[in-house]
Design a protein around this ligand. Structure first.
Ligand SMILES: [Zn+2]
Length: 208
């Protein structure tokens, strides 16, 4: 089985977990542990469990092994957000990721919507307008393409629905999708231009 890579909830580093087995040691208080190549499954009525150790800080996590996606406890930290995205927005996205990691899907969608509005205002959309109009304004001024405009409206719809009790709940898959779209939107709006600037500088294409 492939090692599980996570941001360790104990030391915050990105690591590949090491599989651990429990071995009964005579004259030992409790069990000794041993590193192993393939995970041992401890089976219960609710599934297969295994133990992973962070190779960096040596703390352990409990892993519920599933065919599709294994769950890790305590929850691993979410992946960090691109540093080139302005701090205000990055904080919102980080919070959206934390919400997702504890199954708070509506809160996740709400934070994505908030991040989007911050981005529109930073891209100089009129701050007093509603988000819907701000998105359209950015497209009209060609700051975003029509395609990106559609993404932004999708984030807005789900984010709006999340905050109004009369609208449907936000499902896990939807929350993930919205978070992914929000990060891609921010990448295009902020990080990509930085990357292009670096390339231009490196290849001497910056006009003096
Ligand atoms: Zn660690």
């Amino acid at each position: 089985m492939k090692p599980i890579e996570i941001y360790c909830p104990w030391c915050y580093k990105h690591v590949a977990l090491v599989w651990i087995a429990l071995r009964y040691g005579i004259g030992h208080r409790g069990y000794a542990t041993e590193k192993i190549e393939e995970p041992i499954f401890y089976n219960t009525a609710k599934g297969n469990w295994s133990i992973g150790m962070c190779p960096s800080c040596k703390n352990c996590v409990l892993i519920k092994i599933n065919d599709k996606r294994s769950s890790v406890f305590p929850n691993p930290l979410p992946t960090p957000t691109d540093e080139r995205i302005p701090e205000k927005i990055r904080k919102d996205i980080d919070e959206a990721k934390l919400c997702l990691s504890v199954n708070a899907f509506r809160a996740c969608a709400g934070m994505c919507r908030r991040a989007l509005q911050q981005a529109c205002i930073l891209k100089s959309a009129s701050p007093k307008k509603k988000l819907e109009k701000q998105i359209d304004e950015l497209a009209e001024r060609r700051i975003i393409t029509n395609e990106i405009k559609e993404w932004a409206h999708a984030i807005r719809w789900v984010g709006n629905d999340a905050l109004h009790p009369e609208f449907p709940e936000v499902a896990k898959e939807e929350a993930k999708e919205i978070l992914d779209l929000t990060e891609r939107f921010m990448d295009i709006a902020f990080a990509a231009s930085e990357r292009v600037k670096k390339l231009k500088e490196k290849h001497g294409k910056v006009k003096k």
